[in-house]
Design a protein around this ligand. Structure first.
Ligand SMILES: [Zn+2]
Length: 311
């Protein structure tokens, strides 16, 4: 057994890599997600990405996808960004590769990779928040990962930060994710009349000094994060909060105002430290690699080194 295949299906790109038992990424590919061509085209694209690795001696595979995922059934139930409903992805990839295949959730499995490999490693009381197209977290408290009664602990993206706020895709009002995900920042800037066409969140952050709307959208995102992280801090008293996912690649542009927003809301107690992850957008791929290796054993995740130089 030399390697597994990890696939991270996002609304923007499909990333894939073969990953050996030490966590090293052997070969990586990335292609545009053909969302405009419809849901079937996206499925076909994922299958062809997988088929491209079929000759690499793959022993198992896993794909992580956004939205509602039924991991036990191997079915992507609903992904608004991909147009997917009830896609039996585990079965489709299994027939493509003829190896065991697992299905996971992009943000939650990315958060797990952050907890094992990233800045949260070895920390007993920590919150990992992955900010990508959506927002979700992983809670570690007293050295244990908190999963909850329905395996839904850590869904901080759907914490209502402004009770009368904008409606979230989930149906609730004022969710953190509606203001602070990478997709939300881009969407709000565009809908509120932002200049410059379709800018992404980091481009919007970079425009703040000369663009009042960019500054407003970014500040509201950061404030929303501050509110949610302060609430989390009151409940679970973490020593550290780690921000990961694509938006964390904004680095200090994100970190400095989030620290300030959090500290402003914690008047009487010391704030937890806040860091950005060294894994960035690769966390989803590494989370998928863990899922893939778990099916066949033989990989000790605790010994994996964060591949910082491969960013
Ligand atoms: Zn929501």
């Amino acid at each position: 057994v030399s390697a597994v295949l990890a696939i991270d299906v996002g609304g923007t790109s499909i990333k894939a890599a073969s990953v050996d038992r030490t966590g090293a990424l052997l070969r990586r590919t990335e292609r545009h997600t053909p969302v405009a061509d419809g849901p079937d085209a996206v499925v076909t694209a994922v299958r062809s990405v997988a088929a491209d690795f079929a000759a690499d001696g793959i022993a198992a595979a896993a794909a992580v996808v956004p939205g509602a995922v039924d991991a036990a059934a191997g079915v992507a139930r609903y992904a608004a960004n991909l147009g997917w409903r009830d896609v039996p992805l585990r079965e489709l990839l299994g027939s493509e590769l003829a190896v065991p295949v697992a299905l996971g959730h992009d943000v939650r499995d990315a958060a797990r990779a952050e907890a094992v490999l990233g800045r949260a490693r070895g920390t007993e009381n920590v919150l990992v928040v992955v900010i990508g197209t959506g927002i979700a977290g992983l809670i570690r408290s007293g050295g244990h990962t908190v999963r909850g009664a329905r395996d839904l602990a850590g869904e901080i993206g759907h914490m209502a930060v402004w009770p009368d706020g904008e409606r979230c895709a989930c149906g609730q009002l004022g969710c953190l994710e509606t203001y602070a995900s990478g997709a939300a920042i881009a969407r709000r800037y565009r809908h509120l009349g932002g200049a410059g066409g379709a800018l992404d969140a980091r481009e919007i952050a970079a425009r703040q000094s000369g663009d009042a709307l960019a500054a407003r959208v970014w500040t509201e995102a950061v404030d929303a994060l501050g509110i949610a992280l302060a609430a989390y801090t009151m409940l679970l008293d973490p020593e550290a909060i780690v921000l990961g996912g694509g938006l964390s690649e904004a680095g200090e542009t994100l970190l400095a105002p989030v620290r300030t927003a959090l500290e402003r809301r914690l008047t009487w107690r010391p704030p937890p430290t806040v860091h950005v992850s060294p894994l960035g957008a690769r966390a989803g791929l590494l989370g998928a690699a863990m899922l893939a290796w778990e099916q066949i054993g033989g990989a000790d995740f605790e010994s994996w080194q964060p591949p910082a130089e491969q960013r």
